[in-house]
Design a protein around this ligand. Structure first.
Ligand code: SAM
Length: 201
């Protein structure tokens, strides 16, 4: 497998503030879930961008969150947006490639929260995404994934995916716990997203 992400100019896009995917707030489906159930323990958010989900998760009790992004500018901006009280242990940001996780990350996370990272990578790298997620999570660790099934784009990113393709990719290492179409989505993403909770075996 080729582990090098294709250059979709993430860095330039953050530098030039050309980031239409960033709605300036955490994903509504995650906000709604956390109002009912906790996501606690050690959490990894790959492709975290400016870190809106990271800060939301870091404000929960008993949660420490690592936001990872390949763009140095995204991570610098995420840090600037994060109040010192959250930076004191609950939240940290790291520049890095999800396909090359540091050895100390292996098996160390209770949760991985996916929002618009999976749809941003090339489809041929999806098996690598699944392997990286399985490697970062402890046994029985879970993914809270908001999967963008059918973005209204002719060519990605974002890249579309079907439920069947998701099954085929994750089933070898994960068990589907539950799934639902979120009631709350950003405008334009209504009925295009699928939330899945999947557990590492
Ligand atoms: C569509 S953006 C979404 C950012 C953020 N999740 C949000 O919703 O605002 C995709 C993000 O994934 C990051 N990214 C792409 N490939 C990556 C990789 N291999 N490892 C880590 N981050 C990556 C990009 O830099 C970008 O910030």
């Amino acid at each position: 497998m080729d582990h090098e992400p294709r250059n979709f100019e993430w860095q330039r896009r953050y530098e030039q503030n050309d980031t239409p995917w960033d709605k300036g707030a955490p994903a509504p489906a995650l906000v709604a879930y956390l109002q009912k159930k906790p996501i606690s323990g050690r959490v990894l958010v790959p492709g975290c961008g400016r870190g809106h989900e990271v800060r939301l998760l870091g404000a929960q009790a008993d949660t420490s969150v690592v936001g990872l992004d390949i763009s140095t500018t995204a991570v610098a901006q995420a840090k600037r947006l994060t109040s010192p009280s959250l930076s004191n242990g609950n939240v940290s940001f790291l520049v890095g490639n999800f396909f090359h996780l540091p050895p100390e990350f292996k098996g160390s996370f209770d949760w991985l929260v996916e929002h618009t990272c999976f749809c941003a990578i090339e489809p041929r790298q999806r098996p690598d995404y699944v392997l990286a997620a399985a490697s970062a999570l402890r046994t029985s660790g879970r993914i809270f994934g908001i999967f963008y099934l059918n973005p209204d784009t002719e060519s990605g990113p974002p890249f579309a995916i079907s439920q069947k393709e998701l099954d085929g990719l994750f089933d070898p290492y994960f068990t589907l716990v539950e799934e639902w179409v979120p009631v709350d989505s950003f405008p334009g993403r209504e009925d295009r997203e699928l939330v899945r909770i999947i557990q590492k075996r």
